[in-house]
Design a protein around this ligand. Structure first.
Ligand code: FAD
Length: 457
């Protein structure tokens, strides 16, 4: 998209959420000259990375009256990506050798990610833009502007007008619970990974974990430390799959998906095996949900597709006043937030123009049709997988910011391969020292680190 000829304009923008996406959105918007207010429900920045030992009262999070716990982080969680590729482009996520309390591992714990986001907020004075303990309860377009209702934890309500709203509220809080035939009469305990914190409650139990991607692979191994047996049900596996996996207590199996659950406590897998289980843990993902958003029918969530959205960011009929940062699922989350935020900031200042509403609708319809044509279900619309770097480069080109570094893309590809092939060891053993070297040399060349790369390598 060519830069616009219009004069640069400064807008009064509200950002919803102070997780990684909201923080970098606030920074990019204010760098572009906008005035920014960030409304955040929690008491601190960090979003998902603020670990809480408390889980929701309903372990499946189905009860609409439950009190929401935002984070889905469990106690043992370490990042599923090498830290070099995870950080923002000009504030690398590198070990802090000046502070012994910090976790210097390449795949650090969730506490280190929270500490990094706090460092980022401090470095760019972002907290001064944030109104903490303030929940956005309603957002609605009025006469070309946006009316935003919020409520503080003390019960004080606000009703304000903004030129634009950037939604950064996260999408790992509303569980997707897979349906299992017969589950209504199955007598055991059920919990979604959103409410999983520690393995203790599963001591000596027989546990079925549904899902074998990042959380399922981690949580099944965490529980296997204390449980009698753990059985993973994997939809991605062939129907005859039945394999013992290497863990210290020799008590972990992988099966194909579940066929039926019965009232005698048995669970029958598609491979014909029968397990009498005490608990089921659903690691079956999350749903998009924006309870506060009222768009008069312009937007819709259909089978977990948020539609229509131009390049996963701008709803054509409501652009540029409404935008979403952080919707797609992909490896390089923080960098995606940063590039999408630069685009939003540049469009709002009119440095960059969007296509017409019709053209944006055409573009998003063409994207949906291309998914349909190859049989990709709607629910995977925002899972970008292999096309993530192509997507990011397209958005980067829209706003004229640098393309994603080669080493970063390669670290994602090779890190993912290791995650799948060596789920037990991928965080502590790796074969991409060449890419790590490239990353640290890049940081040093750009003067983003204060130590010599040889300190790490
Ligand atoms: P969040 O961090 O969820 O922040 C959203 C913020 O919005 C929250 O602070 C919330 O309180 C606030 N909010 C929500 N609704 C409202 C409202 N109505 N009013 C006011 N405030 C509101 N990514 C990686 O890069 N590396 C990893 O290793 C990794 N591991 C992960 C592990 C798990 C278990 C999960 C679920 C995700 C993981 N991710 C990982 C992806 C992770 O979600 C992103 O990295 C990122 O932290 C999400 O940031 P966000 O700002 O979009 O959302």
């Amino acid at each position: 998209m060519a830069p616009a000829q219009n004069p640069i304009s400064s807008q009064h923008v509200v950002v919803i959420g102070a997780g990684a996406a909201g923080l970098v959105a606030a920074r990019e918007l204010s760098r572009e000259g906008h005035t920014v207010v960030v409304l955040e429900r929690e008491k601190e920045v960090g979003g998902l990375w603020i670990y809480s030992p408390r889980a929701e009262s309903d372990p499946l999070s189905l009860d609409p009256t439950r009190s929401i716990v935002h984070s889905s982080v469990y106690e043992s969680l370490r990042t599923n990506l090498p830290r070099e590729c995870m950080g923002f482009t000009d504030f690398p996520f590198v070990p802090r050798f000046d502070d012994e309390s910090r976790d210097s591992r390449r795949y650090p714990s969730h506490m280190e990610v929270l500490a990094y986001l706090q460092d980022f907020a401090r470095e760019f004075n972002l907290e001064e833009m944030v109104r903490f303990e303030t929940e956005v309860v309603r957002v609605e377009p009025v006469n070309g502007k946006w009316r935003v209702w919020s409520k503080t934890s003390g019960g004080v309500s606000h009703d304000e007008i903004f030129d634009a709203v950037v939604v950064c509220s996260g999408h790992y809080t509303e569980p997707n619970v897979a349906h299992i035939p017969g589950i209504k009469s199955w007598p055991g305990k059920q919990i979604h990974s959103h409410n999983y914190r520690v393995p203790g409650p599963f001591e000596n139990e027989v546990v079925v974990v549904i899902g074998n991607f990042a959380s399922g692979a981690d949580i099944s191994r965490d529980i296997a430390k204390v449980a009698k047996e753990v059985h993973i049900a994997s939809r991605a596996s062939e129907s005859d799959t039945y394999e013992k996996l290497p863990v210290p207590r020799n008590n972990l199996w992988i099966h194909s998906e579940i066929d039926t659950a019965y009232e005698d406590g048995s669970i029958v897998f598609k491979n014909g095996k029968v397990v009498y289980a005490d608990s089921i843990v659903y690691c079956t993902g999350y749903k998009y949900r924006f309870t506060f958003l009222e768009t008069n029918g312009y937007m819709n969530i259909d089978e977990n597709r948020v539609e229509h959205l131009y390049k996963h960011v701008f709803p054509p009929a409501l652009s540029p006043g409404l935008s979403f940062v952080g919707l797609p699922s992909m490896g390089i989350q923080f960098v995606m937030f940063e590039i999408q935020s630069k685009w939003v900031a540049a469009v709002l200042s009119r440095r960059v123009t969007l296509p017409t509403e019709d053209k944006m609708m055409e573009d998003s319809s063409a994207w949906y049709a291309s998914l349909d044509a190859v049989g990709i279900p709607k629910r995977y619309t925002h899972k970008l997988g292999k096309i993530q770097s192509e997507y990011l480069n397209r958005v980067a080109e829209e706003c004229g910011c640098p393309l994603v570094e080669h080493w970063r893309n390669q670290q994602i590809v090779r890190g993912y391969q290791r995650l799948v092939s060596h789920p037990e060891t991928y965080r502590d053993e790796w074969d991409d020292n060449d890419l790590m070297e490239e990353a640290y040399e890049d940081f040093a060349r750009k003067k983003l680190i204060s130590f010599h790369p040889s300190h790490i390598l």
